[in-house]
Design a protein around this ligand. Structure first.
Ligand code: LLP
Length: 442
């Protein structure tokens, strides 16, 4: 069965009677007028449809805990929405913990990940009763035990292991291969378990965690990760008599940024995971563990688009035509960091058919700030509204204030209604943390 991560655009994207692009029943040109550009827009119907895909796809396994990887997008409104859809959260910082907490999330459904969590972050996680902490290394085992002891608590932990799986994605977003900064090597898990059992009495080991990478199009790697996790669970039971009852298979499912991308469906991935899990339960003779998954991109990417206004343009004699927009690498760093590709349309020219090849340039002071190279679009004029698709994940969450430019607003659309869920930064916001020392004031 197909799933939403295989679509290029939000499920509600269509051309309306005015000939403009419409998403969530809202005319994109009017949204740009109302909220100004650049603007992030999220389609609620698409997010809910993805959640439904995930829930249906995994319903064949009775013990599944779905968590959304907040690093893909972390706002209070999206956290509330996903929590209402039944999702827990994978968080990686005090900021993400605080955001989901303030959004009213059940903190027992939150898992804290990361390879260098600070003492303050671990303390906050314990004070707010975060459900699980995935411990990444020996230093953290000892630090977390100390923090838990000082709070007089025993905390439930998973051990993050490095499964040694190489998947075909950009090398910056591979994480499960052996030479990785994340997790315990499989040769180190016995030492970690011995420390937990014999010395760290404020830690309660519940299970194992692995994450193999991001924007993954292969399916077999998920089965391999499951086999490694279950085999290790069974081995630890045999060696230490440990009845671990949880595995976390991470996130990673890819999305369709361009026509060339063919991600598998959520249903295909779930089948691989569940079938392999059931096989391994028999093969290694263990009780069925709870399965955690923590997808980020595939939940939120397709629902998001970014609107820009077209400004200046430049035709290089006998070369490219550059058309500049009012945003770029600070609101979407992915093209410059990962050479990521995107598609776009002109929201106000949906019915134009003759196309020209242009390159969409960002407004930031770097030659590398090119959002889309060589895209075919109708003749672009100043004031046109460019809609870039699939920007829901890792755009806002990786945005910066480069060139001292304000971060964008974000709007949630549904049933012809639009609500601002993140306000646009103001010039005063930009200087609100600055201080001029007295000695420089005279
Ligand atoms: N769990 C762990 C432990 C992770 O490290 C990640 C992503 C996820 C889950 C969620 O993976 P997803 O389902 O979103 O693929 N900034 C990069 C992506 C970095 C992913 C980091 N870890 C990008 O823009 O492509």
């Amino acid at each position: 069965m197909d799933s939403i991560n295989q679509l290029l655009k939000p499920v509600t994207a269509r051309v309306n009677s005015a000939g403009n692009l419409e998403i969530g029943g809202c005319d994109i040109v009017k949204l740009a007028e109302k909220y100004s550009t650049p603007l992030y827009v999220l389609d609620e119907a698409t997010i809910r449809a993805v959640c439904s895909d995930y829930k249906k796809a995994f319903e064949a396994y009775p013990k599944v805990n779905m968590m959304f990887a907040s690093k893909a997008l972390c706002t209070m409104a999206t956290s509330k929405l996903l929590h209402d859809e039944g999702f827990g959260f994978d968080v990686v910082s005090a900021g993400e913990i605080y955001t989901v907490y303030k959004a009213g999330v059940d903190m027992s459904k939150v898992l804290f990940n990361g390879n260098n969590k600070s003492l303050d972050e671990l303390s906050l996680a314990i004070e707010l009763n975060v459900g699980r902490i995935s411990v990444d290394n020996f230093f953290e085992l000892s630090l977390l035990n100390e923090v838990a002891r000082s709070h007089n608590k025993v905390v439930d932990i998973l051990l993050r292991i490095t499964p040694g799986i190489e998947c075909h994605t950009h090398k910056y977003i591979q994480t499960g291969h052996l030479d990785s900064k994340f997790g315990f090597d499989l040769t180190q898990t016995d030492d970690a378990v011995e420390l937990i059992l014999n010395e760290y009495s404020n830690l309660h080991l519940r299970g194992l965690h692995a994450h193999i990478g991001s924007q993954i199009f292969e399916t077999s790697v998920y089965g391999d990760a499951i086999e490694i996790l279950i085999k290790e669970l069974a081995r630890l039971d045999k060696k230490f008599g440990l009845k671990l009852d949880e595995i976390n298979a991470g996130g990673g499912l890819g999305v369709k940024y361009t026509d060339d991308d063919c991600p598998p469906s959520v249903y295909a991935v779930a089948d691989i995971i569940i079938n392999r899990l059931n096989d391994c339960i028999k093969k290694y003779k263990i009780e069925p563990p709870s399965l955690f998954i923590e997808p980020g991109r595939s939940i939120i990417s397709t629902a998001g688009v970014t609107l820009y206004t077209v400004g200046s343009s430049k035709q290089v004699p006998k070369g490219r035509k550059y058309v500049a927009i009012d945003g770029g690498m600070a609101d979407n760093p992915r093209p410059s960091v990962y050479q990521a590709k995107y598609i776009a349309e002109i929201a106000n020219k949906k019915e134009f058919s003759s196309l020209n090849t242009v390159t969409i340039a960002g407004r930031f002071c770097e030659s590398g700030d090119i959002l889309i190279k060589d895209i075919n679009l109708p003749e672009l004029e100043e004031g046109d509204i460019l809609c870039v698709y699939n920007t829901g994940a890792y755009n806002y969450s990786m945005a910066s204030n480069y060139n001292r430019v304000q971060k964008l607003a974000m709007v949630l659309v549904n049933n012809s209604q639009s609500d601002m869920i993140v306000k646009r930064e103001t010039l005063d916001d930009l200087i609100s943390h600055d201080e001029i020392p007295d000695r420089l004031k005279s």
